[in-house]
Design a protein around this ligand. Structure first.
Ligand SMILES: C[S@@+](CC[C@H](N)C(=O)[O-])C[C@H]1O[C@@H](n2cnc3c(N)ncnc32)[C@H](O)[C@@H]1O
Length: 422
């Protein structure tokens, strides 16, 4: 497909997302299935155009003066990719499979449009209704923080110290020009191409040998800040596909007891193959029906890691359509799930044991407010300092009870971590 034909395809996908209110991955998958002539390079390039546009949907619409799929794509080519009106006009030739030529209005918006007078939700590309929460989180940095959350995310790897060392892996994948992540001692960052695509890590021998996992530096740090130690009994209560479990296993160095579970057995399914590849020993407790998968462990854990179900606002760089689909109702639902899972964690922790509470959200309702509500329900519990956070102190945003990472401050996804002692 020509670059111009890829633009037309991206407009089609954006129209489908809008008309049917469906997640971007579903719309992209359907487009691929109904256009089988498109190769994997075409599909990846179209996905990248769609995601770049969704990240800048509000500001692109403001620039262009309209919010049609075509207008936001054109605006995003200018704002996110830095294309001039002339370069965009050359792509929109109206020839076979190319978008129709730019109108005079489109040309003048691209040439003279500005975000100078744009309100905060437009300048920062976020839904209006969430502004009060973001203002609580970030104060006068709100727009700058949200602009950073509307950029592309890097591709980070976590080196599995059970199998290799960061330098050795870096030497092995030198062709991808990896650089050590600034904050995580286990991370390597890979450069993305101009269209936002990275190398095929998952088919490379270093990945197949279990020496690396794909994991954002913020997620690596969240695992590190849990403070899991060799010899401890550690429960990963919301293990999902096991991203944190693998990191916890590496921290524990094969000593102690690591248990992983999740309320949703389907989310746990990939963990078995991932543990095997990484050489991590863990007991996976898959829930069956209403049975409590950890009933035998009450008050027996030194550390319970709660990588809580959350809105995922901190991952909007990677899932930009999620920000436009988030509703107040789902935020309240997540908050009640967080209370439930924290209460279960308190039952599992031994007296004097710890809970590491983690979200990938930047909303105070899911972070400090959730911790405050927990402390109110569990009068004996207290928040503890996180000694492992000392080297990050210059970068993270310290909150009342924990710490917040953000793309602007730490160059990571927006993870929040608090540590509680029961
Ligand atoms: C943020 S995801 C976990 C991601 C995972 N830890 C990782 O690093 O890949 C949150 C998980 O919490 C699970 N969950 C939701 N409510 C739960 C509960 N009450 N008990 C245990 N897990 C729960 C969800 O099914 C989901 O898999």
């Amino acid at each position: 497909m020509t670059p111009a034909a890829r633009l037309s395809a991206a407009i089609e996908v954006l129209a489908d997302i809008e008309a049917r209110r469906r997640p971007a991955p579903d719309a992209l998958k359907d487009w691929g299935l109904s256009h089988r002539f498109a190769g994997s390079g075409d599909r990846a390039a179209i996905a990248s155009l769609v995601y770049d546009t969704l990240r800048r949907r509000a500001s692109a619409a403001w620039l262009m003066g309209e919010a049609t799929p075509r207008a936001v794509l054109l605006g995003a080519l200018h704002l996110a990719r830095g294309l001039s009106s002339g370069e965009i006009a050359a792509l929109c030739s109206g020839e076979r499979f190319a978008p129709s030529p730019l109108t005079d209005d489109e040309l003048s918006s691209l040439d003279a449009g500005s975000l100078g007078e744009a309100p905060a939700p437009v300048a920062g590309d976020f839904p209006d209704w969430i502004a009060p929460s973001l203002a609580r989180a970030f104060g006068e940095d709100m727009v700058a923080e949200m602009q950073a959350l509307a950029e592309r995310a890097p591709l980070d790897l976590r080196v599995n110290l059970l199998k290799s060392q960061r330098d050795a892996v870096a030497a092995d994948i030198a062709v991808w020009s990896p650089t050590p992540t600034p904050l995580s001692p286990w991370g390597l960052r890979l450069r993305l191409g101009p269209d936002g695509r990275g190398p095929s890590v998952q088919s490379d021998p270093v990945f197949l040998r279990g020496e690396v996992e794909i994991q954002d530096e913020g997620s690596q740090l969240a695992a590190l800040l849990s403070g899991a130690l060799p010899g401890e009994t550690v429960v990963d209560l919301c293990a999902g596909g096991g991203g944190k479990t693998l990191a916890l296993g590496a921290m524990m160095g094969g000593r102690g007891r690591l248990l992983a579970t999740d309320a949703d057995p389907r989310r746990l399914a990939p963990i078995h193959a991932r543990l095997a590849r990484a050489g991590v020993e863990a007991e996976v407790r898959t829930p069956r029906g209403k049975q409590d998968a950890l009933a035998d462990l009450d008050a027996g854990a030194d550390l319970v890691v709660v990588d809580a179900p959350c809105t995922g606002t901190g991952t909007w760089r990677r899932n930009p359509d999620a920000k436009w689909r988030l509703r107040a109702g789902s935020l309240s639902l997540r908050v009640s799930e967080q209370a439930k899972v924290l209460d279960r964690a308190a039952q599992l922790a031994r007296p004097g044991g710890r809970i590491a509470y983690i979200t990938c959200s930047v909303l105070p309702e899911e972070n400090d407010d959730a911790v405050a509500a927990f402390l109110h329900r569990h009068r004996g519990a207290e928040v503890e300092q996180i000694p492992e956070a000392a080297p990050l102190a210059h970068a993270v945003r310290t909150t009342r009870y924990g710490l917040q990472m953000t793309p602007l401050r730490t160059g990571t996804d927006g993870f929040y971590v608090a540590r509680l002692r029961c």
